[in-house]
Design a protein around this ligand. Structure first.
Ligand code: GLC
Length: 482
């Protein structure tokens, strides 16, 4: 009989309930991909993966579909807090939503007030762990994601003497190392957690949630193989490179997959026309629809460049803003969809004011429009300074939109220069310009361009391979049972 591994999967956001960034795509699709692996692919193991996320205010508005499950106290100095847990099912598996006082006052998923977020996510991490005991469902693996849920692993390790968790192992997926949660000494103390007492972690890191979780984890999983190597260097290690190097044996890079049902150009209700690798005809209709929607001159021939995602330094948007004016003597159009840094948003608006016939930006999150951009734009620009995995370039390739990317993290692992996209190395305007120019000259030959599109669309970015890697890693962390 197949053995079952219980996996408690914790994240601060997950599609389709709440999304701020790529973490939500992963938390929304990996649990189902893991559950759906056949025991043949996992060496005879079944995975009972249960997702737990906070009941953020945006989810509460739909709370009529949520069933109350349980309430219990979470220790807090000066008076315990009550955790309330709700449930609903997604793809045939339960999803749990946790709330309590720290979430009732918060209006957004993440706040600019770091104290408020520390309070929320410390409470959440501890409550989610306690939930398993209250349900009598023993987790073999606690799978945390990023700083928000990292403290669950630290609490787990502090409770090794607790019979219920005696055989639970901890794994953390690392989506973004620079976000560590901040100095949390006071919040930790009020929830009964003490700082890490170990010299292998730099002193400043011993009271910050992410490093504490990394320290406590049995396995650390950066979201691409290249990012797994990069974080061991001073350039990307954010001061933790020496600690991470000492833990190199516990680090395994696993590339994120895509929800290939949600992203399928042959079956996408947001497109003006569907298409596939053998029949790209529909793309043209999408391009014209996109130009019309964005208020740009409808022109099938002009290369249409795009950016979809967070407007952030990390994404190298400033490089694009400097590069485009230098290409002003050639035809191109540029569309951008996303929100973020107000300074960069203002710079995008002024580029639009300077080239209204060429540049149009929509500065908000709009899922439907993102589909039309992937299905209609010719090139996706991603000159990221660092990119743990990146999802937009994978979606773009699936839709025949050719990525121009910097060789870092997951971008390096998913885009092949001269075959599926255009790749440059140095994070500067000249290197980006050269790569765009290479792309534009290939674009000039319809036949060559179609070859890129077909290559890109034939790549397999489904979860299957990566989910299997996670399953094998889970197995290696669970002691053999008789
Ligand atoms: C973060 C990273 C991005 C990654 C995503 C999901 O947003 O910046 O590179 O794709 O997490 O892992």
């Amino acid at each position: 009989m197949a053995e079952t591994i219980n996996v408690l999967f914790l994240a601060s956001e997950a599609e389709p309930f709440v999304k701020v960034g790529g973490l939500a795509d992963v938390a929304g699709s990996l649990p189902a991909a893991l559950r759906n692996l056949s025991p043949k692919m996992t060496g005879g193991t079944l995975l009972d993966v249960r997702l737990v996320i906070p009941l953020h205010r945006v989810i509460q508005s739909e709370s009529s579909t949520l069933l109350p499950v349980i309430e219990f106290p979470v220790y807090r100095r000066g008076g315990n807090l009550i955790a309330q847990v709700f449930e609903r099912s997604l793809d045939g598996a339960p999803v749990y939503f946790v709330t309590g006082l720290p979430f009732l006052t918060a209006t957004s998923v993440y706040s600019s007030d770091s104290r408020q977020d520390l309070e929320k996510f410390t409470f959440f991490s501890l409550a989610a762990l306690e939930l398993t005991r209250r349900m009598g469902w023993r987790p073999d693996i606690v799978h945390a994601n990023d700083w928000h849920t990292a403290l669950s692993l630290y609490a787990l390790r502090s409770r090794r003497g607790d019979a219920f968790f005696a055989h639970s192992a901890g794994l953390i997926t690392l989506h973004n190392l620079p976000f560590m949660g901040g100095e949390a000494g006071e919040t930790l103390a009020s929830y009964g957690l003490t700082p890490v007492n170990d010299e292998t972690l730099p002193r400043w890191a011993r009271t910050q949630p992410l490093p504490m979780g990394l320290w406590a984890a049995d396995a650390i999983v950066p979201v691409s193989e290249t990012y797994a190597r990069e974080i061991l260097t001073p350039e990307f290690g954010c001061g933790l490179q020496d600690f991470l190097r000492a833990r190199a044996d516990s680090i395994t890079g696993i590339l994120n997959g895509l929800d290939v049902r949600a992203w399928d150009p042959q079956n996408d209700k947001h497109l003006a026309a569907i298409f596939n690798a053998d029949d790209l005809g529909g793309r043209l209709e999408n391009k014209l629809a996109l130009q019309k929607k964005m208020g740009l001159p409808a022109d099938a021939r002009v290369p249409l460049l795009a950016v979809v995602g967070r407007v952030d330094e990390q994404k190298g948007l400033d490089l694009i803003l400097h590069a485009l004016p230098r290409l002003a003597d050639r035809p191109w159009q540029f569309v951008l969809l996303g929100t973020g840094d107000p300074k960069l948003e203002a710079a995008i608006r002024s580029l639009q004011a300077r080239y209204p016939e060429r540049v149009q930006a929509v500065l908000r999150y709009d899922s439907a429009l993102s589909h039309l951009i992937y299905g209609g734009a010719d090139m996706l620009l991603m000159p990221s300074r660092y990119e743990p995995c990146g999802l937009a370039q994978m979606i773009a390739m699936r839709y025949g939109c050719i990525p121009v990317v910097r060789a870092t993290g997951g971008l390096k692992d998913t885009v092949q220069e001269g075959k599926t996209g255009f790749v440059f190395t140095r994070p500067d305007v000249d290197s980006l310009l050269e790569a765009i120019q290479r792309a534009l000259s290939v674009y000039a030959s319809a036949e060559k361009w179609r070859r890129f599109q077909r290559n890109a669309m034939k790549q397999d970015f489904s979860w299957t391979r990566s989910a299997r890697q996670y399953a094998l890693l889970y197995r290696s962390l669970v002691p053999e049972t008789g």
